[in-house]
Design a protein. Structure first.
Ligand code: NAD
Ligand code: MG
Length: 396
């Protein structure tokens, strides 16, 4: 592969240079759709993908980035790479560091799924970059360390998760000290009206068919168990420095209101838009500006109703688990996150039933040797331990 092509300063003047980690996933593809529409504002300087190398090559031909990283070494070494003039190919997960710390890179879109996204997000923050954060697992596993690193390195985290992006927007209506509480909306997923008995029998195909959002496999299952909302409670706690008592969940099946912030005077500010991840992605990429972009728009000439109701914790115990872990802090987030990743993979492999996912997480959490102020090494060790324990739980 050839060396990165020199980019004329004039060409990048006024444009943000953006590296997209996990460019072949659902968030990655939506990010590139935003970049395609906003070429006057965004230059894609780097891409990364794990297994879908055909799509990575296609994206490289279109966006002509300086670097691409194929993170799965065995897939990358078997692949017959075509010539990609002007782009340098790097192979292996560690190479993401080079991409995110490159002086040209201004914004890193963290869109790798799971704990696999932790290391590159930390590297980007340490280098003082702006991180458009989709990878919520990073904050769930290591929230205090991530926020502390961002503050020390003068890095900026802009939330891409639609609820957190909404909260970020709503918070601009008042002072931080005037926030009373935050309500995260949840669609309730495909089983929001199912009984516990019906949920025992659901298949992976049913669980993957989300009624309002089109997403990657892991987050689709998380939405069906409502573990996604549990992870988002923990994400919100660290991102906005909230007390767990200030965070509530409200079920809103239409996914139009993406979250709400209540201020001390009782005013509730909501952010609304059709369910389309291109809007929060674009918001993070163009912030503090707002520009016309490709996201779908509200059509108020069509009649519509918006419903809000409290979540049913009896049917969706993941929500209580999320609040519990948000209160516990320490290593609890890393354990919940890793146990959930392992249990979701086992459910997709048809090794456990749907309701076992949250049960496995509860049991593994109970067994863990809690550490209140873990280092990053302790978090990674806890992540490894929780996956192993979940593996034993699945076989038991
Ligand atoms: P996805 O499964 O569609 O894509 C994941 C991406 O990560 C792919 O590009 C894949 O190549 C890469 N990847 C997978 N395993 C990897 C590994 N071990 N090392 C390096 N790269 C790896 O996932 P997604 O739905 O796009 O979600 C990405 C992240 O964004 C998740 O953390 C998810 O919770 C969050 N998120 C997604 C949505 C959504 O609408 N999809 C909404 C909010 C937040
Ligand atoms: Mg979300």
């Amino acid at each position: 592969m050839s060396q990165p092509h020199p980019v004329a300063d004039a060409e990048i003047a006024g444009r943000k240079t953006v590296a997209v980690l996990g460019s072949t996933g659902s968030i990655g593809v939506n990010t590139l759709e935003v970049a395609r529409q906003l070429t006057d504002r965004i230059r894609v300087s780097g891409l990364s993908a794990h297994r879908n190398l055909d799509l990575l090559v296609q994206q490289t031909r279109e966006f002509n980035p300086d670097w691409i990283v194929a993170t799965n070494e065995s897939c990358a070494k078997k692949y017959r790479w075509p010539k990609l003039p002007g782009t340098q190919l790097l192979i292996g997960h560690d190479q993401l560091d080079q991409l995110v710390t490159d002086v040209q890179t201004q914004v890193v879109v963290a869109a790798i799924v799971g704990t696999a996204g932790l290391r590159s997000t930390l590297a980007a923050l340490q280098a003082g970059k702006t991180v458009a954060l989709a990878n919520k697992e990073t904050l769930v596993a290591a929230g205090p360390l991530v926020m502390d690193l961002a503050a020390r390195s003068d890095a900026t985290i802009l939330p891409v998760d639609s609820e957190h992006n909404a909260v970020f927007q709503c918070m601009q209506s008042g002072r931080r000290s005037e926030v009373h509480r935050v309500c995260l909306t949840a669609s309730g997923g495909p089983f929001r009206n199912f009984s516990r008995e019906q949920m025992q029998l659901v298949t992976a195909e049913q669980a993957l068919a989300h009624p309002t959002w089109d997403m990657g496999q892991k987050i689709s299952i998380d939405s069906a168990t409502m573990m996604n909302k549990a992870l988002e409670i923990i994400e919100a706690r660290w991102l906005f420095d909230l007390s767990p008592d200030q965070i509530e969940v409200v079920v809103h099946p239409q996914s139009i209101v993406h979250s709400l912030v209540e201020f001390v005077d009782g005013s509730v500010i909501a952010q609304m838009s059709p369910p389309d991840m291109k809007l929060p992605i674009q918001h993070a990429l163009t912030w503090p500006d707002r520009v016309t972009g490709p996201a779908r728009r509200m059509m108020f000439q069509d009649a519509m109703s918006l419903e809000f109701r409290p979540p049913d914790i009896g049917r969706f115990p993941a929500i209580a688990l999320g609040l519990q872990v948000a209160r516990q802090a320490g290593t609890a987030g890393a354990v919940l996150n890793a146990a959930n990743e392992a249990a979701v993979a086992a459910f997709l492999d048809r090794k456990i039933g749907f309701c076992d996912i949250v049960r496995a997480c509860q049991d593994v959490l109970q067994q863990h040797a809690f550490e209140p102020q873990p280092t990053i090494e302790q978090i990674l060790e806890m992540d490894r331990w929780a996956r192993e324990e979940t593996g034993k739980w699945i076989l038991a």
